[in-house]
Design a protein around this ligand. Structure first.
Ligand SMILES: Nc1ncnc2c1ncn2[C@@H]1O[C@H](COP(=O)(O)OP(=O)(O)OP(=O)(O)O)[C@@H](O)[C@H]1O
Ligand SMILES: [Mg+2]
Length: 376
C-alpha cells in the first residue's frame, strides 16, 4: 500500500473510532494538568474522560527537565485512560499573553489579517516579531463619523506557544486549538446560562496556583480580561512566612484551616487558643485583601466604560476556589453574591469527578466544548 493510501485509511479509522468531532481539552497549569473529554452516551452529552494530574517535578529541575516530566505525566495518563483522541484544545494565560480591546478602522477580515502586525504593534508591549497574533471582531460601530470595528486582540509570545506545543506533541497529541484561559470559559458560561436574562455582568475569578484569571462577561461576551499574580501559591507562601513552615506543611494548613469568617467561630478559636488556625486565617486574609483590591480596580474600570453597567455575581473557579470560606469572605468584601463553579453541572449524565476538584475544571471543560458546540 502506498504511504498516501495508508494515511487515508488510518485517518478513516481514526474518524470511525473517535468521531470527527472529538477533541480533548488540556489545561496545563503550574500545579496540575486538567484534562476533559466529552462524548455522546445514549444520545446525551457526557464526560467521557477526565484527569487531574498534580505536577510535582523535583524542586531543582531545570525548565527542560520540567517539560520532560510534564510530557511523561501526560503521556502516562493518556495511556492509562486509553484516550485515543489526538485532537487537542489548549489555552494560555499569564505574563506572556496580552489581550487588548482595540477599535480599528473598519476593514474586512482578510484586510485586517494582512495588516494585523502593523495595526497591532502600538498596542502590544512585546517585540511584534516574537509574538503570534490573533483577533476576533466583536462589533462594528461609527465613532466621530468614522466606521470602526471593536476587536479583541490577542498576542502570545512564540516561545510560550512552542513550549506548550512541545508538551502536547511530546505526549502524542495533535494541538488544533490554542485559546486564552479566560475565553475558554465562555463556552462553559454559554452552557450554564439558561435563557433567563442576567442581572448585571458575571465576574469570573479562576484562582489557580500562580495566576488568577479575572474576566467580566456581559451576556456571555468577555469584556474585561486580566491576569493577577496573586493566587494559591501566594497564600501558601504567606503561611510559610508567618509560621516558618515548610511548603508541604503550609499547603496542608491552608487547606485544613482556610478563613475564619464567622464571628462566633473566631471567638471560640480565641478562647481555645487556636493560634495556628487564627494565624493561618490572618495570613490568608492579608493576601486576599490584595486580590480584592485588584478585583475592585477591574470592576471600576469596567463600570467606567459605559452607563448602566453592573456586576451581578462573582463565580469562583480554579483549585483555590475550594479554600474554606473563601466565597463567603469575598461576598462580604465585594458585596456581590459569590458562588463556586461546577463546570459539569449542565450535563444530564452523571459525573464522577470529586466535588473538591470540579471547580478546577473550568478551563479544561471550556476547551473540551470547543468542538462540541453543535452537539447539544
Ligand atoms: N481544598 C483546597 N483549599 C485551598 N487551596 C486548594 C485546595 N485544593 C487545591 N488548592 C490549591 O489550588 C491550587 C491549584 O489550582 P489549579 O489546579 O486551578 O492551579 P493551576 O491551574 O495548575 O495553576 P495556574 O493556572 O495558576 O498555573 C494550588 O495552589 C492548591 O494549593
Ligand atoms: Mg490554571
Amino acid at each position: 500500500m502506498k504511504a498516501g493510501a495508508a494515511l487515508k485509511k488510518a485517518k478513516g479509522l481514526a474518524a470511525f473510532f473517535t468521531g470527527p468531532q472529538d477533541v480533548v481539552g488540556v489545561d496545563i497549569g503550574s500545579y496540575a494538568l486538567k484534562i476533559a473529554q466529552f462524548g455522546q452516551e445514549s444520545g446525551q452529552l457526557a464526560l467521557k474522560s477526565w484527569g487531574y494530574v498534580e505536577l510535582k517535578p523535583k524542586p531543582d529541575a531545570s525548565p527542560e527537565e520540567k517539560k520532560a516530566y510534564t510530557i511523561n505525566e501526560l503521556r502516562a495518563f493518556l495511556i492509562k485512560k486509553g484516550i485515543r483522541v489526538k485532537e487537542t484544545a489548549t489555552a494560555l494565560s499569564g505574563n506572556s499573553v496580552i489581550v487588548r480591546y482595540v477599535k480599528f478602522p473598519r476593514l474586512t477580515k482578510s484586510e485586517l489579517t494582512a495588516t494585523l502586525a502593523t495595526e497591532a504593534e502600538p498596542f502590544i508591549p512585546f517585540d511584534i516579531n516574537e509574538v503570534q497574533l490573533g483577533f476576533h471582531i466583536l462589533a462594528e460601530l461609527v465613532e466621530e463619523g468614522q466606521k470602526k470595528m471593536e476587536t479583541v486582540l490577542v498576542a502570545a509570545k512564540r516561545d510560550l506557544i512552542s513550549a506548550r506545543l512541545d508538551v502536547l506533541q511530546g505526549a502524542g497529541l495533535t494541538p488544533t486549538i490554542i485559546d486564552v484561559d479566560s475565553f475558554a470559559l465562555e463556552n462553559v458560561y454559554e452552557r450554564l446560562q439558561g435563557p433567563k436574562p442576567e442581572l448585571g455582568a458575571t465576574l469570573y475569578l479562576n484562582i489557580g496556583h500562580m495566576v488568577t484569571n479575572l474576566s467580566i462577561l456581559e451576556s456571555g461576551v468577555t469584556r474585561v480580561v486580566r491576569d493577577i499574580f496573586i493566587s494559591g501559591n501566594t497564600l501558601t507562601k504567606a503561611i510559610m512566612k508567618a509560621f516558618q513552615m515548610d511548603q508541604a506543611k503550609a499547603e496542608e494548613a491552608k487547606r485544613s484551616y482556610g478563613i475564619i469568617v464567622d464571628p462566633a467561630e473566631k471567638e471560640k478559636a480565641l478562647q481555645e487558643g487556636q493560634r495556628e488556625a487564627l494565624g493561618v486565617s490572618q495570613a490568608i486574609t492579608g493576601v486576599v485583601k490584595d486580590l480584592v483590591a485588584e478585583v475592585h480596580r477591574s470592576v471600576d474600570f469596567y463600570l467606567s466604560q459605559g452607563p448602566e453597567r453592573s456586576i451581578g455575581r462573582i463565580v469562583l473557579m480554579g483549585g483555590t476556589a475550594r479554600l474554606r470560606n473563601l466565597s463567603k469572605h469575598l461576598a462580604g468584601e465585594l458585596k456581590v453574591p459569590v458562588s463556586v463553579l461546577d463546570p459539569f453541572s449542565f450535563l444530564k449524565t452523571s459525573v464522577d469527578v470529586p466535588a473538591d476538584l470540579t471547580p478546577a475544571f473550568g478551563v479544561a471543560a471550556g476547551l473540551a466544548l470547543r468542538r462540541n458546540r453543535d452537539w447539544a
